[in-house]
Ligand binder design. Structure first.
Ligand code: MN
Length: 503
């Protein structure tokens, strides 16, 4: 029987500090406050908002977030240096994550100091921080590669000096679950946090074992951002505790996906498509057997209910699709083919899948139209298209379209030629519908600069979503083709009469 010792597990989020140390990520104070606000709302107890000594921008972020009156404790990373602690206190933080190296490697090679010097620095810094009215979480850096007797000694003198909490940092992800179980219990000299890194893919497992072994707080980052391979992912830990260990975390689960997408958008780090819990494919089904099962009873192939974390199930079509899922996708769009027609549609979809392509909604509907012998007049078609781009020129696109038989001319600027082109198209149909571009994806099918480029877009109109594709050697034309194909699908749905072909 597995027992989690702490009655209530606490979450110390370090997305805005360790997560920001992800190579290439830098967050402005206004982005930080948006993420911090969402973290506080979702129920995280402590938010480490940055490193006070790093820059003036970091300090402004600490000030801004501390002044916002959030429910969470606002913490900042400091070294055992008076100036760092002064910054934390002066800019309004509630607490400090006071980090001292405890491995001989870090003590001798990084700081060129002795264990004795580290011990006296620790005592001095803890006392100073307490004197400045701060809560202190004392962290042993690189603790997993340290002499555990020395870690215990630092923790012990730290607590005597007034540290409120302790933290074991597996700075380079060196722990194994077995070792974690062994070394955590003797270190519970005060409420203990566990800080793990995923260099060997063990961050989540080590965190859970540490919580079982007596730690009461987990350091996490949203989407597992962080130095190198990242930290323990918040969303994975929460779902593990809730679903597999039956622990009530107090986290507002239904906000998890919107937190993940907010952090991905603001940091510019995309969510890996196959990532647990928040990856695009985590709730997408394609294979016929799985889809059939899920359509009958979702629990057959869904270990987590998508609604639980604010997501929706997606059925994707491809060569693995079965008749049931294709019929379901068609019924959603009001197509009701006969058995023979359905068989033909399934065959043609598998051909696209066999070519190694993703089957978009527009592909499915175009196939259905052909098989059902529907004659469709497109709502819009492209008559002329020009784009200007280069150095010292604002990218500008102009289009002449016919929209429901009327000629419409429009132009737009953009951040690049593709952006300008898509915006010009959007403006051209603005009178008819508010169509938005939700996703844009490019694949080069062959190598070289003359490669065939495959653009897939996801468009939405009043909550309705459609995917479509364009394939050309010209990336801008491929984008225009994809958007026009998608717009045609979104615009025709409403007033068209498909009843004569229903069966
Ligand atoms: Mn770290």
């Amino acid at each position: 029987m597995i027992v989690l010792l702490a009655e209530r597990i606490r979450f110390f989020d370090t997305t805005l500090r360790d997560g920001e140390q992800t190579p290439g990520v830098s967050l402005s104070p206004d982005k930080k406050i948006k993420i911090a606000g969402k973290l506080a709302d979702i129920g995280v107890q402590v938010i480490e908002v940055g490193s006070a000594a790093a820059s003036e921008g970091e300090r402004q972020a600490i000030r801004l977030i501390s002044d916002a009156g959030m429910s969470a404790e606002i913490c900042t990373y400091v070294r055992a240096v008076r100036q760092d602690i002064d910054y934390a206190a002066d800019y309004g933080a509630d607490s400090v994550h006071l980090v001292v190296p405890v491995s001989d490697l870090h003590i001798e090679k990084k700081l060129r100091k002795t264990r004795e010097e580290i011990a006296s620095m620790t005592v001095e810094a803890v006392r100073y921080a307490k004197g400045r009215g701060l809560l202190v979480e004392l962290s042993g850096e690189d603790a997993s590669r340290a002499d555990q007797d020395f870690v215990r000694r630092i923790f012990s003198i730290g607590v005597e000096a007034g540290a409120d909490r302790l933290c074991f940092c597996d700075t380079v992800g060196f722990l194994t679950p077995e070792r974690t179980r062994e070394i955590i219990p003797p270190l519970r000299l005060a409420p203990l946090s566990i800080h793990c890194h995923d260099d060997f893919g063990y961050a989540l497992a080590n965190t859970i074992i540490a919580l079982q072994a007596g730690a009461s707080c987990a350091h996490t980052t949203v989407n597992g951002l962080g130095e190198r391979a990242g930290n323990t992912p918040f969303e994975e830990l929460v779902l593990n505790l809730e679903v597999l260990y039956h622990v009530k975390t107090g986290i507002r689960l239904e906000e998890i996906y919107s937190l993940a997408t907010l952090v991905s958008r603001l940091t510019g780090v995309p969510l890996p498509t196959n990532k647990a819990v928040v990856g695009e494919m985590a709730f997408t089904h394609e294979s016929g057997v799985h889809t059939h099962g899920v359509l009958r009873d979702a629990s057959t192939y869904e270990p987590i209910k998508p609604e639980m974390i604010g997501r929706k199930r997606r059925i994707m079509l491809g060569k693995h699709s079965g008749t049931a899922s294709i019929a379901a996708a068609l019924a959603e769009r009001e197509y009701h083919p006969s058995e023979g027609q359905l068989r033909e549609i399934v065959n043609r979809i598998k051909v696209i899948g066999d070519e190694g392509k993703r089957v978009t909604d527009a592909d499915l509907l175009a196939i259905a139209d052909t098989v059902l012998n529907l004659e469709i007049t497109p709502v819009l078609s492209l008559n002329q298209f020009t784009v200007v781009s280069g150095s010292n020129v604002t990218p500008t696109a102009s289009v002449i379209l016919s929209v429901k038989g009327q000629e419409v001319t429009n132009a737009s600027t953009g951040t690049g030629p593709v952006d300008a082109a898509i915006e010009a198209l959007r403006k051209s149909v603005a009178d008819v519908a508010d169509i938005r571009l939700e996703e844009y994806h490019v694949d080069a099918i062959t190598g070289g600069t003359d490669a065939l480029v495959d653009v897939t877009v996801k468009l939405s109109k009043d909550g309705e979503i459609i995917t479509s594709r364009g394939a050309r050697t010209d990336i801008i034309m491929a984008s225009v083709e994809a958007v026009i194909a998608g717009m045609n699908r979104l615009l025709r749905e409403k007033d068209e009469d498909r009843s004569k072909n229903r069966h």
